[in-house]
Design a protein around this ligand. Sequence first.
Ligand code: HEC
Length: 145
Amino acid sequence: MKLTHLALSGLLAFSAFGTAAVAQDFDRAAEIEAAIAAGDIAKGEKVFKKCKGCHKVGDNAKNSVGPQLNHFFGIEIGSSADYKYSDPLLELKATGQVWDIEALDAFLKKPKDYIAKTKMTFAGLKKEDDRANVLAYLASIQVAE
Ligand code: HEC
């Protein structure tokens, strides 16, 4: 798939706006590995307590206030089946935006700065460590498909 690199270089201009991730050229396994390497899974599980009121993970996790968060890491945003996402999130999805580490870090820092009018009413995780740890935790989750 080397040809995609040629096509990609034309898209790189978009990266200045933080919306460049192109799904077909995305190495999901590498992204998951990098997130796990960058954070502390056990600490991340504690940070996730802040998210639990709205997000479920693990076997049979269902959408609740927010979408369930199994397997969303490194895939296109807004991919949880049957969840009713907000329009601004769907608009971002339409650009092909992928939840890579960088995008997730920016979103979790201040959701409303990353997606204006998102319906995720969460102030954000100010501490970089908290974000790295919770991402390591989410990347580590494995459930039966
Ligand atoms: C008060 C409820 C609430 C809390 C707390 C919350 N979220 Fe959310 N989250 C939502 C909602 C609602 C959405 C859907 C946003 C939209 O459609 O605009 C969302 C969306 C997301 C998405 C995008 C998922 C996708 O399918 O694209 C991620 C990732 C996410 N949240 C992670 C987290 C993490 C990690 C935390 C804790 C640090 C957290 N959220 C805390 C309600 C919440």
